[in-house]
Design a protein around this ligand. Structure first.
Ligand SMILES: [Zn+2]
Length: 287
C-alpha cells in the first residue's frame, strides 16, 4: 500500500531500524525490490531519479506509483536528488509524498533559500522535503564530484539549516560516497553523533554501497533513519543481464528454455530481489 514517506520512516525508526530507499529504473527492478519487501514483511521506499523521469516520464512514474499501491507492504515514493522545482512539483502531483531538493552544491545561504522554496511547494501537496547539507563524492546521474572536493556536514550548520528551511529529512555527508569506490569509505561516526544531537529530523545516509554491514548498522544505531541504496541492486541487475547474454550467445533461440525475453526479465528481477533482500535484512535486523 502507498504510504507517506514520513509516516513510514517514523514507523520503522521507532522499532530501531532504518528504511531502505531503493532507486528503481524499470518495472522488473521495481518488482524484484517489492517482492523482497513482501517476503520480509518490511516497508520500503522506492525512488526515481531525475534522468529516468526525463527519459521515461509519466509512464515510468505511473508504473512505480501502481507498484507501491498494490504492494502487500507499506511503500513510499520519493524523488531522488533534484534541483528542478518544476520537476519536484510534477512528481508530487503524480503521487510522490517526498522529494530530495538537492541544493547541496550551493553556498549555505543559497541552499537555504532553494530548500525553503521546495518546502513551501511541498506543503501544498502535503509532501515532505528531504534536503542535503554537505555533498558527496562519487557519481550519481552523470554528475561526478572529485572526492577531494567533498565537504562534510557541519553539525551546527545542520541545526541552522533545518530551523531555517523546515525540511523534514536531512541527507548528510559523513564520508559516504555515491557508487562503489576503490577503497571502502570510512564514516565519521563522531560527526554523525554531533549532527544527531543538533537536529531533530530523521537523518538520511546516501551512498551506502561499499560501507559494509558493520558500518551501516552502526550508523543506523546512531540515528540514520533512511538508507539510500542504488548501486548494489542496479549492478546486480546489469550483471544478470550480462550473464544471460553470455549464456544465450549472440542469437537467442526463442524455442530454447531460458532464451526468451521473459526469461531475461524474470532472471534479472529475481537477482534484484536477492540483493534487495540482503539490504533490507541488514537495515532492519541489527546485530
Ligand atoms: Zn544520493
Amino acid at each position: 500500500m502507498l504510504i507517506h514517506t514520513i509516516d513510514l520512516i517514523q514507523q520503522v525508526h521507532k522499532r530501531g531500524g532504518a528504511v531502505v530507499a531503493f532507486n528503481t529504473y524499470n518495472l522488473e527492478l521495481t518488482r524484484g525490490i517489492v517482492v523482497a519487501a513482501e517476503q520480509l514483511q518490511q516497508p520500503i521506499i522506492l525512488q526515481l531519479g531525475v534522468q529516468s523521469i526525463k527519459d521515461y516520464g509519466e509512464p515510468l512514474v505511473a508504473a512505480t506509483v501502481t507498484a507501491a499501491r498494490v504492494a502487500q507492504v507499506p511503500v513510499a515514493l520519493n524523488l531522488d536528488h533534484c534541483f528542478d522545482l518544476d520537476m519536484i512539483e510534477q512528481c508530487l502531483a503524480w503521487g510522490f509524498s517526498s522529494a530530495l531538493a538537492d541544493g547541496s552544491r550551493l553556498p549555505f545561504a543559497d541552499n537555504v533559500a532553494f530548500t525553503r522554496r521546495a518546502v513551501a511547494l511541498a506543503a501544498r501537496y502535503n509532501a515532505a522535503i528531504e534536503a542535503e547539507l554537505g555533498y558527496l563524492a562519487g557519481t550519481e546521474d552523470g554528475i561526478t564530484v572529485a572526492q577531494k572536493e567533498a565537504s562534510l556536514t557541519d553539525p551546527t550548520r545542520a541545526r541552522e539549516f533545518i530551523e531555517q528551511t523546515g525540511a523534514a529529512l536531512l541527507a548528510i555527508s559523513i564520508g559516504n560516497v555515491h557508487g562503489y569506490t576503490s577503497s571502502p569509505p570510512s564514516l565519521d561516526f563522531e560527526r554523525l553523533a554531533q549532527v544527531e544531537a543538533q537536529v531533530d529530523v530523521p537523518l538520511v545516509l546516501h551512498g551506502a554501497s561499499g560501507i559494509g554491514k558493520e558500518g551501516i548498522q552502526h550508523a543506523i544505531r546512531m540515528g540514520i533513519a533512511k538508507l539510500n541504496v542504488n548501486t548494489e541492486v542496479r549492478s546486480a541487475f546489469v550483471k544478470a543481464i550480462a550473464g544471460w547474454g553470455v549464456r544465450v550467445g549472440p542469437e537467442p533461440d526463442l524455442r530454447q528454455k531460458d532464451h526468451d525475453l521473459l526469461d531475461l526479465m524474470q532472471g534479472a528481477s529475481a537477482t534484484a530481489c536477492r540483493v534487495a533482500t540482503q539490504m533490507i535484512q541488514m537495515s532492519t535486523l541489527l546485530e
